[in-house]
Design a binder for this molecule. Structure first.
Ligand code: GTP
Ligand code: SPV
Ligand code: MN
Length: 599
C-alpha cells in the first residue's frame, strides 16, 4: 500500500517504526465505514469478536479481554520527563533514554505476523484551533475500530499534518508477535511486567506496549488528551481536565455550562446525561470524560470535548440510572467484557432486569448462569458508543469554539464525612477543594491495592503529565487570569451511606443539586456559611416529591468539624510530599480552613 501522505516527518516515523516492529503488512486507515466493517468481519472470522443480534443490537459487537488485561495499569504508567523532578511525586518516572532502550527491546519484532495500522485522528473537531492532530500506530484491529468511535479518524487529518508539519505520535503494540503458523489468541497482550504505558512530555510522544485495554491502548484518551495535553496546557496557558461537560437549561431558556471532575468510575458519564427531575430544567451532553478549556476573547473559559464517543462503564447502567447512555449503546456499539446472552444480546450487573434466559457467556468467555451468583460482567466492563448516538447530545457539542463554563464541580466517592454539596467562598478556595479531593478506590484501575481513601487532586492523579505541584499552581494562575469571570466552584458527594443504603437517591435527582448551583450563580438564593464553605439554606435545594427522612437529610448536610480536622491532617501529610513545589496559596488555604474549623 502506498502512503497517502507527503509529510516527510510522518513518513520517516512510520518507516522507523516498521523497521523496528517488522509487521507482515502496513495499512493506512481512513476512518471509513467500509474499513470498520472489514476489520469487524475479520475479527468475527478469527473469533476475537462476537457479532451481536442485528435485530436487538444493530451493528454491534462484543469482545472479551484476557483476564489479566481489564483496566488501566497505573503502576506500569510512566511520565519520562528529562528531569525526574518534573514528573513529581504522583508519577512513576524512568529516565527517558533508559526507558526507550528497554522499550525498543520489547518493540523489536513485536508486530511479526501482524498488521501495522496507521490511524490519523483528531482530538477535537477537525481543524478547530483547540484540536490536536495525531497518529496512532497499532497492531490491534480492536484499537482501530474503537478509535473510529472515540476520535475523528479521517484523511483530512493528514492534510492538516502536511500543512502544519506537526502531529502527536502515539505508538501502540499489544506485544504479542506471532511465529510462522502460530494461531492468534482471542485477546493478545503481554504479561504485566512487560506492559509499559510511557509518556515523553517534552517530545509530545507516547509509547504503549503490552495492553489492549481502554486507556492503555486507545491512546487519544488518557495518554494524549490528559497526560500529554495537561503538560502542553501547563506550558501554553490552557487546561486539559478529567471532566464531563454538560449544558443545563432552565425553564426560561437560560443556559448554564457545567464541567465536573470526578475520579474514574465515580459518576461522570451518569451526570453528563442525567434526566432532570426538576420540572422544566434539562441536561444536554457535551462530553463525559475529558474537557479542554481555553480563555476566550471575552475573558471567559471555553470548553470543548476532545473525544467523539463514550467509553462508559457498563455495570450499573440501566433505564433507571442512565437511560440516555443505554440509548447511546442501543446500536453501533462495541462492548468489552460484558455478558453475551443466549440470543446474542448483552447484559451486565444492575442493568435493571435479570439476565434474559438466566445466563449466557460471561466476560471470561465461559458458560455462565446468573443463579450461580458470580458476576457475569467485569466491574470495569465498558461500552464504546458514538456521542452522536446519544439522544441528549447537545446541538453545540462539536462547536469548535466550545461552550463558556459557569460552574466547576469536584467530587468523589465518600461513604461518610463529605456532605452532599458545598460551595467555595472564592476561586482560590475552590482550587484548594479540587486539590484535596479524595475518593475511595474503584475498579477502573487494576492495581491500587487495599487503600481506603485516596487523595486524588482534581480527579487527575493518574493523568497529570508533569509535577502535580506545578499543576496546582497552574490552577491558581488560571484563576488569576480569569478574575471575576472564573467559574464558581462546588464540591459534591452523591455517595454517603448508612450501612448499605445510599442516603441520597442520586442519578436524575442530582439535577436538584445542579439547580441550586445555578440559582447561586444567578444570585437567586443566599447560602449559609459553614467552616468548609457555603451550603444550602433549608428549602432552597428542592426535595419536592422525594421521601428523604429528616435524619438522613441532616446527615447529608452535616459538617463534622472533628472529622474534617482529621481530613486536614491527612491532607497536610499528603501535600508534604510536594515539598517546595506546593503552591504557597495551598498552605494559606489549609491554615484558613483549620482556623475556621477550630473557631
Ligand atoms: P470513568 O469512565 O471511569 O471515568 O467513570 P465515570 O466517572 O464516567 O463513572 P460512571 O458515570 O460510569 O459511574 C460509575 C458508577 O457510579 C456506576 O456504577 C454508577 O451507577 C455509579 N453512580 C453514578 N452516579 C451515581 C449516583 O448519583 N449515585 C450513586 N449511588 N451511584 C452513582
Ligand atoms: C477512566 O479510567 O477514567 C476511564 C476509562 O475513563 S479508561 O479509558 O480506561 O481510562
Ligand atoms: Mn475517565
Amino acid at each position: 500500500m502506498s502512503a497517502p501522505t507527503t509529510n516527510q516527518k510522518l513518513l520517516d516515523w512510520v518507516a522507523e517504526i516498521a523497521e523496528m516492529t517488522t509487521p507482515d503488512q502496513i495499512v493506512w486507515c481512513d476512518g471509513s465505514k467500509e474499513e470498520y466493517d472489514r476489520l469487524m468481519a475479520e475479527m468475527v472470522e478469527s473469533g476475537a469478536a462476537i457479532k451481536l443480534n442485528e435485530e436487538k443490537r444493530p451493528n454491534s459487537y462484543a469482545f472479551n479481554s484476557d483476564p489479566s488485561d481489564v483496566a488501566r495499569v497505573e503502576n506500569r504508567t510512566y511520565i519520562a520527563s528529562v528531569k525526574e523532578e518534573d514528573a513529581g511525586p504522583t508519577n512513576n518516572w524512568i529516565d527517558p533514554e533508559e526507558l526507550k532502550e528497554t522499550m525498543r527491546g520489547l518493540y523489536k519484532g513485536c508486530m511479526k505476523g501482524r498488521t501495522m495500522y496507521i490511524i490519523p485522528f483528531s482530538m477535537g473537531p477537525v481543524g478547530s484551533t483547540i484540536a490536536k492532530n495525531a497518529i496512532e500506530i497499532t497492531d490491534s484491529a480492536y484499537v482501530v475500530t474503537n478509535m473510529h468511535i472515540m476520535t475523528r479518524v479521517t484523511p483530512e487529518v493528514l492534510r492538516l499534518i502536511e500543512k502544519e508539519d506537526f502531529f502527536i505520535p502515539c505508538l501502540h503494540s499489544v506485544g504479542a508477535p506471532l511465529e510462522e503458523g502460530q494461531k492468534d489468541v482471542r485477546w493478545p497482550c503481554a504479561p504485566i511486567e512487560k506492559k509499559y504505558i510511557a509518556h515523553f512530555p517534552e517530545e509530545n510522544l507516547i509509547w504503549s506496549f503490552g495492553s489492549g485495554y481502554g486507556g492503555n491502548a486507545l491512546l487519544g484518551k488518557k495518554c494524549l488528551a490528559l497526560r500529554i495535553a495537561s503538560a502542553m496546557a501547563g506550558r501554553e496557558g490552557w487546561m486539559a481536565e478529567h471532566m464531563l461537560i454538560l449544558r443545563f437549561t432552565n425553564p426560561e431558556g437560560k443556559q448554564f455550562h457545567i464541567a465536573a471532575a470526578f475520579p474514574s468510575a465515580c459518576g461522570k458519564t451518569n451526570l453528563a446525561m442525567l434526566q432532570s427531575t426538576v420540572p422544566g430544567w434539562k441536561v444536554e451532553t457535551i462530553g463525559d470524560d475529558i474537557a479542554w478549556m481555553k480563555p476566550g476573547e471575552d475573558g471567559r473559559l471555553y470548553a470543548i470535548n476532545p473525544e467523539a464517543g463514550f467509553f462508559g462503564v457498563a455495570p450499573g447502567t440501566s433505564e433507571a440510572s442512565n437511560p440516555m447512555a443505554l440509548a447511546a449503546c442501543s446500536k453501533d456499539t462495541i462492548f468489552t467484557n460484558v455478558v453475551v446472552t443466549e440470543d446474542n444480546d448483552v447484559w451486565w450487573e444492575d442493568m435493571g432486569y435479570d439476565c434474559p434466559g438466566g445466563g449466557g457467556t460471561d466476560w471470561k468467555n465461559n458458560p455462565w448462569k446468573q443463579a450461580d451468583g458470580e458476576k457475569g460482567a467485569h466491574p470495569n466492563s465498558r461500552f464504546t458508543a458514538a456521542a452522536a448516538n446519544c439522544p441528549v447530545v447537545c446541538p453545540d457539542w462539536e462547536d469548535p469554539a466550545g461552550v463558556p463554563i459557569d460552574i466547576f464541580v469536584f467530587g468523589g466517592k465518600r461513604t461518610s464525612v463529605m456532605p452532599l454539596v458545598h460551595e467555595a467562598f472564592d476561586f482560590e478556595q475552590g482550587v484548594y477543594m479540587g486539590a484535596t479531593a479524595s475518593s475511595e478506590p474503584t475498579a477502573a484501575a487494576l492495581d491500587l491495592g487495599n487503600v481506603s481513601l485516596r487523595f486524588d487532586p482534581f480527579a487527575m492523579t493518574p493523568f497529570i503529565g508533569y509535577h502535580a505541584g506545578d499543576y496546582m499552581q497552574h490552577w491558581f494562575d488560571m484563576g488569576e487570569k480569569l478574575g471575576d469571570k472564573a467559574p464558581r466552584v462546588f464540591y459534591v458527594n452523591w455517595f454517603q451511606k448508612d450501612g448499605k443504603k445510599f442516603l441520597w437517591p442520586g442519578f436524575g435527582d442530582n439535577s436538584r443539586v445542579l439547580k441550586w448551583m445555578c440559582d447561586r450563580v444567578e444570585g437567586k438564593v443566599e447560602a449559609r456559611e459553614t467552616p468548609i464553605g457555603l451550603m444550602p439554606i433549608d428549602g432552597d435545594l428542592t426535595l419536592d416529591g422525594l421521601d428523604i427522612p429528616a435524619e438522613d437529610w441532616e446527615k447529608l448536610m452535616k459538617v463534622d468539624n472533628e472529622a474534617f480536622l482529621n481530613t486536614v491532617e491527612d491532607a497536610k501529610a499528603y501535600l508534604a510530599k510536594f515539598g517546595d513545589k506546593l503552591p504557597a496559596k495551598m498552605n494559606e488555604q489549609l491554615k484558613k480552613l483549620e482556623a475556621r474549623l477550630k473557631a
